[in-house]
Each structure stands twice: as C-alpha cells, then as structure tokens.
Write a protein that binds this ligand. Structure first.
Ligand code: HEC
Ligand code: HEC
Ligand code: HEC
Ligand code: HEC
Length: 491
C-alpha cells in the first residue's frame, strides 16, 4: 500500500485536495458548534428571569415579564370570535338552543342559565356573571377558576378553603386561571397545584410525582377538566375515580356512596350532575392510547424567528389545524376539519335523542306521581332516570362533542337511550294501573322561557338579585383585592 508521501509525490494535486478538505471539515465543525451555542442560549432565554417570581404569585403579568411570548399567547384567550360547528369561544346560550335541558335540570341551578364555555381569561368573570351563583354555593366552586386558589390554600389549608362559602372567598379570588396553575415559578416545570388530582392518584395506589413529562402535558389539564364532586359536610373536592374512569365505573361509585347532587323538581329522581369529564373521555380514545397529550392538540409549538415556544392560546384546535393536527397528520385542513365534524354530527344526533327522551321521561314521572303512584312503583323508574341522565351528561358536559373518543361517546349515549326507554316501559304499566290516558299530555316547553315557567322559576326575581350583587357586593370584593395586591409589591 502506498504511503501519503509516495502518493503526494506521484499526484501533487492531492496535497491541495487534503488541504481544502481539511478547511471544509473545520468549517463544518465550527458551524455545528455555533448552532449548539445558539440552541443553548435559546434554552437559557426561557429561564433567564428578568424578575424572580415569588411562590404563589397569582398575577399573570408578573410571570409575563419573564416570558413575554407565552404570556402574550395566553392573553389571546380573551378572543371570543372563533366559532366552529359545535364549539369555539363565542357565547352560546345552551338553554335557548336546547330548552329540554331546563326540564332535565328542574330544581337545580343549571336550569337558570348555562352557556358554552370560553377562554381561561374569563374564568372568574363568568362565575361572577352566571345566575347560578345567586344561590349560595361553597368555596369549592372556585377551585378550578383561579390562580388565587393555590395561594389561599397555602395560606389557610386545603380543608379550610373548601369549608368556606363562595361569597366568603369573593375578595380573595380575582385572577383568572393562569401561569401558577400549571408551573413551578422557580424552574418553570409543569406541576400539579390542585390536591384533588394527587389524592385521586393516591387512592388508586399511584403517585403523581412519577408521571412522565408527556403525561404531565395532559395531567395539568386534568386538575380541572375532569369529573368531580363535593364530598361530605365540608364540601371536600373529590374525583370519583376509585373504580375507574368510565361512565359506568363512576356511576357505580356514586351509587355505592349513595351520593346525590339534587332531587329532581318534577320526577323526584335522585340526580347526578356530571361536571366535564374531558380527561376521562379522552383516556378512552385512540389519541390517548397513542400517547398524544391535551397540549399536543391545544397548545402546539410555534416559531418566533429562531425561537420555538409553546403557544399558550388554549382554544379549539379547529382554529389552528396547521399547528395542531398537521404536525402528525398529512391530510388537508378541510379533510381534518370534516373528520372532526363527521364524528361530532353522529354524536350530536344521538345526544339530541337522549335529551328529548329525558325531558319526556321526567314529565311522565311527574304525571305518574300526580296520578297517585307509590314510592314502590316509582323506585325502579327513578333509578333508571338517574342513570340515563348521568350517561347523557357524561358525554354532553365533556367538551368536544365526543371527538376526544367518538366510539365511547356513542356507546354511553346508546346506554342512556336504552335506560330512559326502559323507564318509560315501567311508567306505561303505572299509567294503565291508574287509568291515565296515553300518550301523556306534556306541557309546552318549546322555548327556554316556557320551560323555565314549567319548572317554576321566577327569572325576573333571580335577575334582580344578580343585578344587586353586581352593583352592591362585587365592587367591594374587587376593591379589597386591589389593595391586597398593591401590598405584594411593597419592598
Ligand atoms: C387529537 C387532538 C386532541 C386532543 C389530544 C385533545 N383535544 Fe380537546 N379538542 C379537540 C378537538 C378537535 C375539539 C373540538 C373543537 C371544535 O369542535 O371546535 C376539542 C375540544 C375541546 C374543548 C372545547 C373547545 C371549545 O372550543 O370550547 C376542550 C375544553 C378540550 N377539547 C379540552 C381537552 C383536554 C382537557 C384534553 C386532554 C384531556 C384534550 N382536549 C385533548 C382535539 C383534541
Ligand atoms: C393550563 C396549563 C398552563 C398554563 C395556565 C400556563 N402554561 Fe406554560 N406551559 C404549559 C405546558 C403544557 C407547556 C409545555 C411544557 C413542556 O412540554 O415541557 C408549557 C410551557 C411553558 C414554558 C416553557 C417554554 C415553552 O414555551 O415551551 C414557559 C416559559 C411557560 N410555559 C410560561 C407560562 C406563562 C408565563 C404562563 C402564564 C401567562 C403559562 N405558562 C401558563 C402549560 C401551561
Ligand atoms: C385551573 C383549572 C383549569 C386548568 C388547569 C385548565 N383549564 Fe381549561 N378551562 C377551565 C375553565 C373553568 C374553562 C371555562 C372558562 C369560561 O368559560 O369562563 C376552561 C376552558 C378551556 C377551553 C375552552 C376555550 C374556548 O375558547 O372555548 C379549552 C380549549 C381548555 N380549557 C383547554 C385546557 C387544556 C388543554 C388544559 C391543560 C393544558 C387546561 N384547559 C387546563 C379550567 C381549567
Ligand atoms: C401528536 C400526534 C397527533 C396529533 C397532534 C393529532 N393526531 Fe390524530 N391521530 C394520531 C395517531 C397516532 C392516531 C391513531 C392512528 C393510528 O395509530 O393508526 C390518530 C388518529 C386520528 C383519527 C382517527 C381516529 C378517530 O378518532 O376516529 C382522526 C380522525 C384524527 N386522528 C384527527 C386528528 C385531528 C383533527 C387532530 C387535530 C385536532 C389530530 N388528529 C391531532 C396522532 C395525532
């Protein structure tokens, strides 16, 4: 084999090849090193605090001074213009759209008003606005609404927090959902600030500290976007997960604990109100099975020049299909949107059937009581109504119109229809026993107003109470909060 020296004597141009080759390699190594340094400074940018953030700092602006991109995108949750076929950030009055709901919630505050949710920015305002809070509520209601919650829990204790009334905490809870709910102010790592989630894990024999980074990208949402209830005298916030996540498992849990949210105003059924089991429904779907997190679809990465950051504008992914879905799917925006709408349309069709069934069965049960039916005759009927409405609500209250897990949503709605029909079969027997002519004549509940009359709500009185609250109580709360926050900034 010839040595380099012999080769270069035979082929003098080879020296030049070696020389330039070396120059190119050195140049490439230099480029690589520069890019590493650049990436590192990119990473440092995130954690270079202009102003250190105190523990339990509830104000988004203070965090925002350090992280302007995340802050500015988060503040986009103020935008209420986007509307998709079933969702978006616009205000939709569900009771006006589906008057059956008023009948289904007779005797419960939701029959007063219930709107489509909007961005995190409005979480506190919307609680001030809703006619549901005219009725006395526990402080537990605030738990998933504000960054002030972890702050106050830290000051007075968790159990103590829950045992206050909603109004007693009015001047404490003023900042909407924000940075502190999901982040540790020292490291900016994701963290769980709501004890109910960690406690539910513990009862399942798991430790939330062991969750992977990808799991945390959903679990931060599962602090609030889940099913929960207020347990016991002191309204201790609890997730009913001990038997599992499905509608059937939670129903069995509530039956076992003999828990009832309210007794129905017409049918007298012992009812359950689902909150918003978004995480639980999602867990049964293919995206969860493949490890796709809530943040993958609702908080996609975005570029700002050379910088990659998490877009904090939490909203319907249909307003950003390119950023959300097309990271993984190659289909066009139109196809993906249509995929979502097709699944939602099927679920919506069954959901409307369940609502019509449920409104009817509550009114028929009332007719049976009026005709003289006994507790014994009605017991089975009432249990079926309880379960049928729980299953409807489990799908209806979960956001996304079932897209998060279409098959499971359809299955659960199917069982709801079966249960309300079974209740009607029992009722038909009661009616023939008491000579009630069938079909039973139902009152007119074709609009929200008519339905509210049927369930005996005095809406003028409720609105007057709300106006009084806004004029005479709320300004005091806000003033007190302003003074407290001014004191945070004193050296
Ligand atoms: C595969 C993507 C994907 C994942 C993962 C996902 N979502 Fe969604 N989500 C959607 C789509 C699509 C909709 C329907 C939007 C529409 O109809 O406008 C939606 C709707 C919603 C809505 C209602 C949005 C609105 O405009 O009111 C909420 C809230 C929500 N999801 C929360 C969650 C939570 C919490 C998780 C995790 C437990 C999650 N999502 C996981 C895609 C996803
Ligand atoms: C609902 C939960 C949630 C809220 C509220 C929230 N974040 Fe985040 N944030 C996340 C998630 C999820 C990530 C992605 C983390 C990851 O994958 O490591 C993230 C990432 C970040 C990062 C790391 C860099 C990046 O962009 O990925 C910073 C910095 C950050 N958020 C700042 C903020 C600030 C400032 C606020 C308040 C204005 C805020 N966050 C509110 C969930 C939240
Ligand atoms: C501290 C409780 C809390 C946490 C944590 C939280 N949310 Fe929410 N979220 C809410 C509430 C409450 C609303 C409804 C606000 C309203 O309508 O005033 C909401 C609304 C939404 C909406 C509807 C926005 C719209 O424009 O209609 C989406 C989407 C959403 N959340 C997704 C998420 C995702 C994804 C996560 C986790 C990364 C998350 N949320 C974490 C409580 C929370
Ligand atoms: C992080 C990757 C990822 C993201 C983001 C994502 N998907 Fe998927 N999606 C998947 C995977 C993986 C599957 C399962 C397909 C498989 O494994 O064969 C899937 C399945 C689906 C399916 C078929 C299953 C079903 O539920 O009927 C649809 C439709 C779908 N995705 C739509 C969407 C839409 C719309 C979005 C945006 C809102 C989205 N995906 C976002 C990875 C993703």
């Amino acid at each position: 084999m010839a040595t380099i020296k012999e080769l270069s004597e035979k082929k003098p141009w080879l020296n030049w090849v070696l020389f330039f080759g070396t120059v190119v390699i050195v140049f490439l190594i230099g480029l690589f090193a520069a890019s590493i340094v650049e990436r590192r400074s990119e990473a440092q940018l995130y954690f270079q605090m202009v102003k250190p953030i105190p523990d339990w700092e509830p104000r988004h602006e203070v965090w925002g001074q350090n992280f302007p991109r995340q802050y500015e995108s988060y503040m986009m949750t103020r935008d209420t213009t986007f509307e998709s076929r079933y969702y978006g950030s616009v205000m939709i009055d569900y009771l006006e759209k589906y008057p059956e709901l008023v009948i289904m919630w007779a005797g419960y505050a939701f029959a007063r008003d219930y709107n489509q949710g909007r961005g995190h920015y409005y979480s506190v305002t919307d609680v001030h606005n809703t006619l549901r809070t005219v009725q006395p509520q526990p402080a537990t209601c605030w738990t998933c609404k504000s960054t002030d919650v972890p702050r106050v829990m830290n000051e007075i204790g968790v159990r103590e927090f829950y045992s206050h009334s909603w109004a007693e905490m009015g001047s404490e809870i003023v900042n909407s959902i924000g940075c502190q709910d999901c982040h540790d102010p020292q490291t900016m790592n994701l963290r769980i600030t709501r004890p109910a989630l960690a406690e539910a894990f513990e009862r399942q024999g798991r430790n939330i500290e062991d969750a992977t980074h990808q799991e945390m990208r959903s679990l931060v949402c599962a602090q609030c976007h889940v099913e929960y209830y207020f347990r016991g005298e002191d309204n201790y916030l609890t997730f009913p997960w001990d038997r599992g996540f499905s509608a059937d498992d939670m129903e069995a849990y509530f039956d076992y604990h003999e828990f009832t949210d309210w007794v129905h105003g017409l049918s007298r059924a012992p009812m359950l109100k689902a909150q918003h089991p978004d995480y639980e429904l999602y867990k049964t779907g293919v995206h969860a099975e493949r490890g796709v997190s809530c943040a993958d679809c609702h908080m996609p990465y975005q570029r700002d020049g050379g910088l990659k950051f998490t877009n904090h504008h939490l909203q319907s992914p249909l307003n950003n299909i390119a950023g959300s879905c097309q990271v993984c799917h190659r289909e066009s925006e139109e196809t993906l949107r249509q995929n979502v709408y097709d699944r939602q349309a099927r679920i919506s069709e069954l959901r409307r059937i369940t609502e019509k069934n449920l409104a009817r069965v509550h009114l028929e049960a009332k007719a049976a009581w009026d005709a003289g039916a006994t507790e014994d005759e009605m017991q089975e009927v009432l249990q079926l109504i309880r379960h049928a409405q729980w299953r409807w609500d489990w799908v209806a209250a979960a956001n996304s119109m079932g897209f998060h897990s279409p098959n499971e949503a359809l299955r659960v709605l199917g069982t709801s229809i079966q249960k309300s029909q079974e209740a009607r079969v029992h009722l038909a027997r009661v009616f023939s026993r008491y000579d009630v002519p069938q079909p039973v004549q139902l009152p007119d509940f074709s609009t929200k107003e008519k339905a509210q009359e049927v369930v005996g709500l005095d809406m003028a009185e409720i609105r007057a109470q709300k106006a009084d609250f806004k004029q005479n109580i709320l300004p005091g709360w806000l003033e007190e909060a302003r003074k407290r926050e001014a004191a945070y900034d004193q050296p």
